[in-house]
Design a protein around this ligand. Structure first.
Ligand code: SGN
Ligand code: CA
Length: 724
């Protein structure tokens, strides 16, 4: 018997009691500066005693970051332990979470946990991996929110933060108490448009919050894209929804017109009366003061900042109270000792720093994620932990805590050793960040790394680098990338940036992307519809060469594959990143084939001359994606076909390089390799014009050669008789 197996048998089997419950308390857009345990300028004015209790009884992480500072992407990363480009949820505007992929709740559910998700979900597709889910529709609302569950839609009267907690407690009360639980209790608050609970509308009324030093940042000395954002307190707050005025926008130079206050429109007459009582006099006074000139210029921004802060911190107050309710529940039900509690938020937020609200940038305030953990007996109490941690780490941490193996494709690391106070020698020295640049708020795409002392950002749209010395310039007001004194640091950071991108498999070839040509979209819809019908035994994945089975290869296809319930997912002009996108966005929906045939990569070579290792890595991700979604299917991996007439042609060489790498992905069973190169080439290595007149695409006879070369493998993989 192998020693590992023997060891596994000797370890006493963990009983349900030994496996901790996991309570994941989560909020939306909660800035570190709005949690008193983090210190910060607001700690005495707007304390959060209940969240702080987690820090006191457990650990607070001071260098905790997200991988992509917006809602859906952060949530998808938490569920999968993978960065956005791997889990496919890149931005809020276009993405839909592929719920068929492995997530930690699914694995815990399989391991016997009872799993529940209550509150803001915001991943478009329905939750998977939960015994119970009740989620807010889309972003959700503060007042009288609508929930969606397996039973359908329902509206609940009251205040969202309280209701989510009510539902969480009700679920805990009714759960099967013989099993450990995972409860994800995810608040909408304190997300825009910051509508406080009726009981908090007068809170902070007479408090003046300190202004951040960078409230009037002029965006000099950094990427030119900073000036283009649309998330500034001075310019982008709306009259009604953000600043809570009623009626016509009286000062269009200072307030935008965007929308009504949707929250107000949802309120009951009673709620509206309380709301009006809290706002009317103050609003009237402000209007008077602006009209009379008493408040003007920058003072209007200052006034907006104060209103923003009061509303934001009022919303935080309800979150904190409700965290307290949950912790009390654990105490009263004797669950505290055996429950791992986490408090986190999907990203940080700007509370006026750089003149901003919102997030998205890789600057500290929105890169940071609050992360507090309490696990009695495991995480020592009262610890400030400064290890570099990221939201990719949550899934592996929960899995390890529950005694479950961590899938090899998970990109994060379990925090257990870090929580226990050990400093693993190989703990990461930098975190990687990527923001795709969606339209909302007009923040340019960028990615970068942060070390303990420096931050490097790259803006591909303008090809700009920014480098910050976080010790000397913690407010990130001046990029030193072109300062000769930092030449060595800059070089070192660029090298580490390239290494981190490689570590997380980030390149143009692996960043999932859809194409916009109408025919492509139409074909994708068509193929997704076919996939949805199901019933396919054999699925071909590729580019124009695979699509060509519907053209030059039609007769051969009919002969070999028509009777084998085959689906052609070849799209002309596709590169690996398009294939990745398609597979995560519908083309595998009900497909459960015996085998996939993959032949992709020659357009990475032809369009961009991608280095072979990057294309190969993308092919590896395609294989991993298929194995994750369709674990029973086998994969026939084909060599990328030879291109160009002569063997020493550069593009031919690149394809050859890809093949050298990808053949190593095969095993003798699940992934099988077939090198097609020899089938097409003349003995001297030239590519015969009769087979591929453009030295890239096979004609009829080429498809015949292709089919014949694969036939014995296809017959074996699909369990069908060989076609002569
Ligand atoms: C809405 C907000 C934005 C916010 C995004 C994303 N506008 O579009 O200010 O950045 O959500 O937020 S609002 O007028 O509808 O409030 S996220 O937390 O879901 O990423
Ligand atoms: Ca958010």
């Amino acid at each position: 018997m192998r020693p590992i197996l023997l060891l596994a048998l000797l370890v006493p089997h963990l009983s349900a009691q030994d496996r901790p419950n996991i309570l994941f308390l989560f909020s939306d857009d909660h800035a570190l500066n709005a949690i008193s345990a983090y210190g910060g300028p607001l700690k005495d004015l707007a304390p959060t005693p209940n969240i702080d209790r987690i820090a006191k009884e457990g650990e607070i992480f001071t260098r905790s970051y997200c991988g992509n500072s917006i809602c859906g992407p952060s949530r998808a990363t938490i569920l999968t332990g993978k960065h956005s480009h791997i889990n496919g949820f890149l931005d809020n505007n276009n993405a839909r979470f592929d719920g068929s992929q492995t997530t930690f709740p699914k694995l815990l559910q399989k391991a016997g946990y009872q799993t529940s998700m209550i509150g803001k979900w915001h991943l478009v597709s329905e939750p998977t991996g939960f015994d119970n889910w009740e989620v807010l529709l889309d972003q959700g609302t503060y007042y009288n929110p609508d929930f969606l569950s397996a039973k359908g839609k329902s509206r609940v009267e009251g205040y969202c933060t309280d209701i989510i907690t009510d539902k969480a407690i009700a679920w805990l009360d009714g759960r099967d108490k013989s099993k450990p639980f995972l409860l994800m209790c995810q608040h909408k608050a304190p997300h825009r448009n910051w509508a406080p609970a009726p009981r908090h509308l007068e809170l902070f009324k007479d408090v003046t919050f300190p202004e951040p030093a960078t409230l009037f940042d002029d965006y000099a000395n950094r990427s030119g894209t900073l000036k283009e954002q649309e998330m500034s307190i001075a310019k982008n707050f709306s009259w009604a929804a953000d600043m809570k005025f009623k009626g016509e926008n009286l000062f269009p130079d200072n307030f935008t017109n965007e929308g009504k206050n949707g929250e107000y429109l949802r309120m009951t007459p009673e709620q509206q009366a309380t709301w009006d009582a809290a706002h009317d006099a103050e609003n009237a006074a402000f209007i008077e003061d602006v009209k009379s000139g008493k408040i003007a210029g920058k003072d209007i921004t200052r006034w907006k900042y104060q209103r923003y802060m009061r509303d934001y911190l009022r919303c935080v107050r309800a979150v904190d109270e409700n965290v307290g309710r949950m912790l009390d529940y654990l105490d009263k039900n004797d669950l505290t000792k055996n429950t791992l509690v986490v408090y986190a938020s999907d990203q940080g937020f700007y509370l006026g720093e750089h003149g901003w609200f919102d997030k998205r940038w890789m600057f500290e305030q929105s890169l940071s994620m609050p992360f507090l953990v309490r696990w009695p007996g495991v995480a020592p109490a009262g610890v400030k932990n400064d290890a570099l941690v990221q939201n990719i780490d949550y899934a592996p941490t929960f899995l390890e805590a529950a005694g479950q193996p961590i899938p090899a494709t998970v990109q994060g690391k379990s925090l257990l050793p870090v929580l226990k106070g050990q400093k693993p020698a190989d703990w990461r020295k930098e975190i990687y960040y990527f923001y795709s640049g969606e339209a909302t708020h007009h923040v340019a795409a960028h990615d970068g790394i942060r070390t303990e002392t420096h931050k490097l950002m790259y803006f591909p749209g303008t090809k700009e680098w920014n480098l910050f010395d976080l010790q000397k310039d913690p407010d990130e007001m001046k990029s030193v990338h072109d300062d000769p004194a930092y030449a060595t640091v800059f070089e070192d950071m660029k090298k580490r940036y390239a290494e981190e991108r490689a570590r997380y498999h980030m390149s143009a070839a692996t960043l999932p992307g859809n194409r916009t040509e109408p025919w492509w979209k139409q074909r994708h819809q068509q193929k997704s519809a076919l996939a949805k019908q199901g019933g396919h035994d054999l699925v071909f994945i590729g580019d124009s060469i695979t699509q060509g089975w519907e053209g030059h290869g039609k007769a051969t296809w009919d002969k070999y594959y028509a009777g084998r319930k085959a689906l052609n997912l070849g799209f002309s002009g596709d590169r690996t990143e398009h294939v990745l996108w398609r597979l995560m966005n519908g083309e595998l929906e009900n497909v459960d084939p015996k085998a996939f045939v993959i032949m992709i990569g020659t357009n990475n070579t032809g369009h961009r001359q991608d280095p072979p290792e990057q294309t190969a890595e993308a092919i590896k991700l395609i294989i991993e994606l298929l194995q994750d979604r369709k674990p029973n299917a086998k994969i026939l991996l084909l060599s990328v076909f030879p291109r160009a007439e002569k063997p020493d042609a550069p593009l031919r060489q690149i394809n050859q390089g890809i093949n050298e790498k990808i053949k190593g992905f095969a095993d003798s069973d699940k992934v099988q390799w077939l090198d097609m190169t020899g089938s097409f080439l003349a003995p001297d290595g030239t590519l015969p014009k009769e087979l591929m007149p453009d030295f890239l695409h096979p004609q009829g006879p080429g498809y015949e050669i292709w089919a014949k070369a694969m036939e014995s493998k296809i017959a074996a993989l699909t369990g069908t008789a060989e076609i002569p």
